[in-house]
Design a protein around this ligand. Structure first.
Ligand code: HGY
Ligand code: MN
Ligand code: MN
Length: 419
């Protein structure tokens, strides 16, 4: 039976229950979640997700980089509407980053099952491998490999911050599948995600109709100096790798403040060796994360960073190697889908704001290959990548209903996708 009921709604309590259940996997004492990509916790989360998918009658496939895809048959074998996000988290993660997009997809499937609705197009729900990039750079690794944005072999060889390799960890947790890259070619991709920033809450909107994702540039700098005695070495004789790292960190901050919003810069990881109170460091390794909505401005920031880093290294008589860990240009989402999200939010009586995404998402990997859009819901105090990440149940339910309404429109016969 193929009917499209305009007043169909998801079961918010059921969605919250699944979010809570998944949140127990990798739960941190005192709150928050640590489910780094391809760890034992990630495996347990994957196993739980696959069992939920199977319970809902989805046909489950795993691709060559561990992306999990559950597909609900349609009345036709047209290209599916793909929903999803990721279930890996950063080390100080929350319950909602990524998990919301995957579990809202499952909730939509269960809602359609309960209503006995068969859509024209199949509906697929995916959990992409290593969206965070926290253990293995770059981020959006699984979706990037599947869509061809990232070379699969390089990704499988990627070495983590703990010295492990992606391919070996996929084998270890039993999630190196055989579905090839390029096999998932959806008619459209929709991702529900928490905003992870302060805008929707500050301006009082319930929904973000996301217009695109800003560009991302991750660089790792390794500085080599000369270790020496902290007490006996005159300042003019030092080659202090730690000072150079500090100068690069302050330069990154200056670049962002002088450029002004939306330029952002973050030094999230910095380490010195031998890391002892009375030894001038002979080695420092730090990462710089630059982001901007405009590609030219991002390149300008990169140039300033690299030139400034080089000058600091030379002034201290050190050596430096710079390695790109991730580089994605800004993407724009399909305006027809963004319009649909905005109209559906308004149709549900929800305040909606068109906005860019400050965070990276799997959706930015699909935007070049199919019509793509995202639905944002507010983050309390704008917090994310923080154990206090929180979005209220009614906000989550509202976002999932906007997603459901949009999916039903796109999965029907003769939708805007067919024109
Ligand atoms: O870094 C990001 O924006 C995403 O969380 N991977
Ligand atoms: Mn995310
Ligand atoms: Mn994240």
């Amino acid at each position: 039976m193929t009917t499209m009921s305009g007043n169909l709604r998801i079961d918010g309590a059921r969605l919250m229950d699944r979010l809570a259940a998944l949140g127990t996997i990798g739960a941190l004492p005192g709150g928050g979640v640590k489910r780094l990509a391809l760890t034992d916790e990630d495996k347990v989360g994957r196993d739980r997700l696959v069992s939920w998918m199977r319970d809902l009658g989805l046909s489950v496939e795993v691709d060559v980089i561990g992306n999990i895809i559950g597909t609900r048959a349609g009345s036709s074998d047209a290209a599916p509407i793909l929903l999803g996000s990721h279930i890996d988290t950063v080390a100080t993660g929350g319950l909602y980053d990524g998990a919301l997009g995957v579990l809202a997809g499952l909730e939509i499937v269960e809602t359609l099952n309960d209503a006995g609705i068969t859509t024209h197009r199949p509906i697929a729900v995916a959990a992409f491998t290593n969206e965070e990039g926290a253990r293995f750079a770059p981020d959006m690794m699984g979706s990037g490999a599947q869509t061809g944005a990232l070379p699969l072999d390089d990704m499988l060889r990627a070495k983590g911050i703990d010295g492990t390799r992606v391919g070996e960890e996929l084998d270890r947790i039993g999630y190196r599948g055989d579905l090839p890259v390029g096999a998932i070619r959806p008619a459209a991709f929709l991702e529900l995600h928490i905003e992870q920033g302060p805008v929707l809450e500050a301006e009082g909107y319930a929904i973000g109709a996301v217009e695109g994702v800003q560009g991302i540039s991750w660089t790792e700098f390794t500085i080599e100096g000369v270790s020496n005695h902290a007490g006996t070495t005159p300042m003019a004789m030092r080659h202090d790798a730690g000072v150079v790292a500090a100068e690069i960190a302050l330069l990154a901050r200056r670049i962002a403040t002088e450029a002004g919003p939306p330029q952002v810069a973050t030094v999230g990881s910095i380490m010195v060796e031998p890391n002892l109170v009375n030894v001038v460091p002979d080695k420092a390794v730090l990462t710089v994360d630059l982001r901007h909505t405009d590609e030219r401005d991002l390149q300008r920031a990169e140039r300033r960073l690299h030139e400034g880093a080089q000058a600091a290294v030379e002034a201290e008589g050190c050596a430096m190697a710079a390695r790109s860990l991730a580089r994605f240009e800004p993407v724009r989402f399909d305006t027809r889908l963004v319009d649909l999200v905005a109209e559906n939010a308004a149709g549900l009586g929800l305040g909606v704001k068109r906005m860019p995404s400050g965070a990276g998402h799997d959706a930015q990997m699909f935007a070049p290959i199919c019509p793509t859009a995202m639905v944002f819901v507010p983050s309390r105090h704008g917090l994310s990548h923080n154990v206090h990440e929180y979005t209220a149940p009614d906000q989550i339910e509202a976002g999932a209903n906007v997603l459901l309404t949009t999916v039903l429109q796109l999965a029907g016969e003769g939708s805007i996708l067919d024109r």
